[in-house]
Structures are given as structure tokens and as C-alpha cells.
Design a protein around this ligand. Structure first.
Ligand SMILES: *[C@@H]1O[C@H](CO)[C@@H](O)[C@H](O)[C@H]1NC(C)=O
Length: 245
């Protein structure tokens, strides 16, 4: 979704709702119902998100119903929106790719605007106070934690820049690449390309409780371990199949 096609969060939300349930049931990915931006405006049932002239190119949504908030992952930015009024007290985190990674990305022949930036592809609830976030980082994926505070606290919205970690096997290198992730029991499950060229793809499991922090991934053409007993993997498969098949 490019900025020009998605002028605001209202149409973005509608698109997400229309497309997500449909991708699993139709091989051609044809939506059952399609509403244009104009249709949405005329319906009088949406509030345009006017708060952003930068950081468009929305890619990821995380709904926090309990606290009435929506997190939106975009290009170089993560927004925190209030569901009652999307334009009230908009908070944002600016998280661009490192300068040297931008230069390397351009040297590798990638497009400076559509590829060499930090496109946020993962926003997953980690625990009561933190959300896990990953971005493509100009073909050098990085992940970290956003602190949101507890329910009662004044809304906090801060990226812990001291504890960033590699996003390889958790997040694609290429912002255009198909990708899926889900968080369950503090484990992050992802279906992603594992290298710069996007030739090798894998299902991976990472993060997890602090005593069990290591990666596992599928070998090339080895699927058997996936049928083992892994809590909540089924929801991940469901999601994965929705996206890829
Ligand atoms: C949530 O995870 C973060 C990052 O590991 C940690 O600093 C924080 O203490 C955790 N919060 C709770 C409530 O466990």
C-alpha cells in the first residue's frame, strides 16, 4: 500500500478489514466487496486520520481494544492513535534506518524512497507493558521494544533504543515481500525471507521467556517439526495460510 493509494487511516482500516478475511478463501485474492476512498467518505462512517504528512506507507496495524488505541506501523514511523478520535493526541515515534545502512542500500541498487527506509512490518503485543516492533531498516532489519506503560499510567510511548536487536528471521529485508507474524506466549512466530536476496524463506520461532531465548527455524524442505507440540502454533498456521495460499 503506497501513500498515494491510502490517503488516511480510515481507508487503510477498511482495506485491511476487507482484504484480510478474503485472502484465505480466494486464490486470486479478489475482495468480495470493494469500496473506493470516495465511497468511504460518502458513507459518513469514517474519521480520516489527518495527523500525518510524513511516515505514510502504512504496513502494520495493532489494535489495543482494551485501552482504545491503535498502533500503526508506517515508513520510518510508528503512530499511536486514539480510537475515539484518531486525530486527538496522536503520538508518534520516528525510527529511521541508520545512515550507513541507507547508503549501502542505495549502493546495492535499491530505490531510495520505496525500499531504502525503515518500513515497520512487525507490531506484536509482547507483554502487559511492551509491544515488539521490527522494521526493514533499509535491508538491514532491526527489532526492539516499545514501552506503552500499564493500563492506568499516563500514556507512555517510547522505543527502547538501547536494546535493539537483529531482525533477521523475524522481519523481511524487502518491504514489498509477503510476510506474516504472530506472537504467542511471548514467542514470535514469523514466515519470512531470511536473507537480503529473499531466496531462502523460513518459518521461525524467536524471543520467548527469558530462560528460553533462542531461534528455531525450518530447514529447507523439512516440515516435520512443524507438527510437533508447540502451543498456539495452529493460530499461526492459520494466519500463515491466509497470507500465502
Ligand atoms: C515486558 O518486557 C520488557 C522487555 O523485555 C521488560 O522490560 C518489562 O519489564 C516486561 N514487563 C512486564 C510487565 O513483564
Amino acid at each position: 500500500m503506497r501513500a498515494s493509494q491510502v490517503p488516511n487511516a480510515c481507508s487503510l482500516l477498511s482495506l485491511a478489514m476487507l482484504f484480510l478475511p478474503v485472502t484465505g478463501t480466494s486464490k486470486q485474492n479478489i475482495p468480495r466487496l470493494k469500496l473506493s476512498y470516495k465511497d468511504l467518505q460518502l458513507s459518513n462512517s469514517c474519521i480520516p486520520f489527518l495527523g500525518s504528512t510524513e511516515g505514510l506507507d502504512f504496513r502494520t496495524l495493532l489494535l489495543d481494544e482494551e485501552r482504545g488505541r491503535l498502533l500503526v506501523g508506517a515508513k520510518d514511523h510508528i503512530f499511536l492513535l486514539n480510537l475515539v478520535d484518531l486525530n486527538k493526541n496522536v503520538k508518534k515515534i520516528y525510527w529511521p534506518a541508520a545512515k550507513e545502512k541507507l547508503e549501502l542500500c542505495k549502493l546495492a541498487g535499491k530505490d531510495a524512497h520505496t525500499e531504502c527506509a525503515n518500513f515497520i512490518r512487525v507490531l506484536q503485543p509482547y507483554n502487559r507493558t511492551h509491544v515488539y516492533v521490527c522494521g526493514t531498516g533499509a535491508f538491514h532489519p532491526l527489532c526492539g521494544y516499545i514501552e506503552l506503560g500499564t493500563h492506568k499510567e499516563e500514556t507512555m510511548f517510547r522505543l527502547d533504543t538501547q536494546n535493539l536487536e537483529s531482525g533477521r528471521l523475524k522481519c523481511p529485508f524487502d518491504p514489498q515481500q509477503p510476510f506474516a507474524s504472530v506472537m504467542a506466549d511471548e514467542y514470535l512466530y514469523a514466515g519470512t525471507a531470511s536473507d537480503f536476496l529473499g531466496k531462502d524463506t523460513a518459518l521461525t520461532r524467536s524471543l520467548g521467556p527469558s530462560h528460553d531465548h533462542h531461534y528455531i527455524r525450518t530447514d529447507i524442505s523439512e516440515h516435520y517439526w512443524l507438527t510437533g507440540k508447540i502451543p498456539n502454533i495452529y493460530s499461526f498456521f492459520f494466519f500463515f495460510f491466509l497470507i500465502f495460499f
